[in-house]
Ligand binder design. Structure first.
Ligand code: SF4
Length: 361
């Protein structure tokens, strides 16, 4: 019998029964609605279950329904997403909720072609919502499923390549148990998350062990094959905590089209060649807010890694020498007391500056 048939048989006969006994309890597995599936899937794309759970509860408390999400401001949505990263997901989530309200009478579309048209919903999220909320026969391919499949088939191509993704998607589509897509997808993801772990797969406790070619090689952790990641650039950024003598500091809102768009920050930017960090901060504040500043004492250096670069963020206190702030290269600005800073949404790096200011206060 060919490998696909063997695995298909084992999935139906052993994986699904294993899942019904071993599935973990998760808040979004109760009271399953398309809205709850959507939010949980987006959160789980960037964090583990234990980290996503408090965010999910907080989000559902503030926005218990699609209607409440569509009615909120983008800033409120970003605030609830604060700390999760990938803020374009939060902005798209908000846009999609408004489209569902205007174009679908407030009901989540149940058709695969309509689901994938919504902003921020790619093939993975569409398959997750389609299968889990509407039981459409759509197979999910996430990191866990890629690992499980590449081991089951001892698949030796670079799994980051487009060819490999297509191949693994077609394998997942073939293995999918028709009419039980939700269970199938969750079982595959659960196996990857709890048994077929990246470093220490528990092959002896695995319901698919008897048909796993990766296990047969004796070194299942050789799969999935991945080409080494390219080294990401490192940048130096300067930022200012501008004070006004009234116990307030200046924060600026990033432009919608920029990275971290809509979030608030301590103004600043990337150091250019030949500049000291103080010169960089002074230049950036002039460009962003049209003010001339005097850079004062050092406050904190924050290290942060994004997916495509890493940065050291050097933060200094500053005062205005001349000019009044204007939103030149930012969307908006505000003077706020330190105790009120947290009412706005920020990136993780700026939250660390706020921690430092609160400790200093
Ligand atoms: S037998 Fe081992 S390597 Fe194969 S799917 Fe199960 S846990 Fe993963």
């Amino acid at each position: 019998m060919d490998q696909t048939k063997k695995v298909k048989r084992a999935v139906k006969g052993r994986l699904l029964p294993w899942f019904s006994v071993n599935k973990r309890s998760m808040p979004w597995r109760n009271n399953r609605t398309p809205y709850r599936v959507w939010i949980s899937e987006l959160m789980l794309q960037q964090t583990r279950v234990d980290q996503a759970t408090p965010y999910f509860h907080r989000f559902m408390k503030r926005f218990p329904s699609l209607k409440s999400l569509a009615e909120a401001s983008q800033e409120e949505v970003l605030k609830m997403w604060e700390g999760l990263g990938y803020y374009s997901r939060a902005r798209n989530l908000h846009k999609a909720a408004r489209i569902i309200r205007s174009d679908h009478k407030g009901r989540f579309p149940s058709d695969a072609d309509e689901i994938i048209k919504l902003p921020g919903i790619g093939s993975y999220t569409a398959a997750a919502i389609g299968s889990l909320a509407f039981n459409l026969d759509m197979a999910v391919l996430d990191g866990n499923v890629i690992r499980v499949l590449s081991r089951l088939f001892a698949y030796d191509k670079d799994t980051r390549s487009t060819i490999a993704k297509k191949k693994l998607q077609s394998l997942a589509d073939e293995l999918l148990v028709k009419g039980e897509a939700g269970n199938f997808n969750e079982a595959m993801m659960e196996l990857g998350a709890t048994v077929c772990l990246p470093q220490n797969p528990d092959c002896s406790g695995c319901p698919l062990a008897r048909c796993c070619l990766g296990k047969e090689t004796g070194t299942p952790t050789d799969f999935p094959k991945k080409a080494p990641k390219k080294k990401v650039p490192h940048i130096i950024v300067g930022a200012a905590v501008v004070t006004n003598g009234k116990g307030e500091v200046l924060v600026a809102q990033r432009r919608a089209e920029d990275m971290l768009g809509g979030l608030w920050e301590f103004p600043g930017g990337k150091q250019e060649a030949g500049e000291t960090i103080q010169e960089c901060i002074a230049r950036e504040l002039n460009e962003e807010l049209g003010i001339h500043i005097k850079v004062g004492e050092f406050l904190v250096k924050v290290k942060h890694a994004y997916s495509h670069f890493t940065m050291d963020l050097h933060t200094y206190f500053a005062t205005i020498k001349s000019g009044l702030p204007k939103a030149v290269e930012c969307q908006n600005f505000q003077w706020l007391e330190i105790s009120k800073l947290r009412k706005l949404p920020y990136s993780k790096a700026d939250l660390k500056i706020i921690d430092e200011l609160e400790n200093n206060d």
